[in-house]
Design a protein around this ligand. Structure first.
Ligand SMILES: [Zn+2]
Length: 287
């Protein structure tokens, strides 16, 4: 009796162990390995933010062509590969892959010198960039005083030339909201403004910009750079409803790009001040 009981208990324990092992194995496969694969799919994306590229004295928002070239050389020598917004958007929407060390170059405000100095360097180093333009700078300022590298903005013909190069994507930097003096900081909500009024103001600006893009370039922008990095919570649904798939801020944070398109709203960028050396800036960017 005792012996019979002991044998059956032994086999019973053995079965129990096997069961626990099997359940544990299934748990590991389902939860742990899927967490691993999710981690593998979260890609770190540093994003550089430039403005003007100009000969002369560098400043917080101006780098010289030599400084820009030194940055591109550093990225290239350190194994970084530029990616287009389009590729990052596809990745977040579960399509395609990103290279092992992706990096995104962005240029705000739409300076003519992005065509004069940036494009030849992108060709030389086989890279790509996003140039985000301000509608009224293109329509009014560039048309009145074009092609001075120090201060002119891109005309529609210039933007088309950048776009046709296949190396530059054009983003929106608002039509007429790139100002600190209109009572509104960039496209932020004014304190006390109703949500309805804010939504109407931002929508009107977006539509003005989109009509310029469709008329002159034949497509609507999908990337939006917040002027002065001023993000209003209320802007997010308005931008999404108007076809923006990625928004760029000035928060100096690295990005984790996952297979979830929500990660594309509020991309962090590091301002490339001309007051630093390439090494100093890259140390901050890749910390
Ligand atoms: Zn700007």
């Amino acid at each position: 009796m005792y012996r019979t009981f002991s044998v059956s208990r032994f086999f019973g324990l053995l079965l129990l162990d096997a069961f626990i092992f099997a359940v544990g194995g299934v748990f590991f496969l389902v939860f742990v390995s899927s967490a691993d694969s999710r981690d593998e799919e979260a890609v770190t994306l540093p994003v550089l933010m430039y403005h003007s590229v100009c000969e002369g004295v560098p400043s917080e928002y101006v780098v010289t062509p030599e400084q820009l070239e030194s940055d591109l050389q550093w990225l290239s020598q350190n194994g970084y590969k530029t990616v287009r917004a389009e590729e990052v958007i596809s990745y977040a929407n579960s399509r395609g892959a990103l290279p092992p060390k992706p990096v995104m170059l962005t240029f705000d405000d739409g300076y003519y010198n992005n065509l004069a100095y940036l494009l030849p360097l992108l060709e030389k180093y086989d890279m790509t960039a996003i140039v985000s333009v301000v509608g009224e700078y293109t329509d009014i300022d560039a048309a009145a005083d074009p092609h001075v590298p120090a201060y002119s903005y891109l005309t529609w013909e210039d933007i088309r030339a950048l776009s046709d190069s296949g190396r530059v994507e054009t983003g929106a930097h608002t039509y007429a909201m790139h100002s600190l003096y209109s009572g509104r900081k960039g496209c932020g909500k004014i304190s006390g403004e109703s949500e309805q009024d804010y939504r109407a103001a931002l929508t009107e600006d977006i539509q003005l910009q989109r009509s310029g893009f469709t008329e002159h370039l034949g497509y609507a922008p999908t990337v939006f750079a917040y002027p002065f990095g001023n993000v209003s919570r209320e802007s997010i649904p308005v931008l999404r409803e108007n076809g923006y798939l990625m928004t760029l801020t000035c928060r100096e944070l690295p990005n984790k790009i996952t297979r979830d398109p929500n990660c594309l709203y509020g991309i962090g960028r590091f301002n490339r001040s001309g007051l630093y050396s390439t090494e100093e800036y890259m140390r901050k960017l890749t910390a």
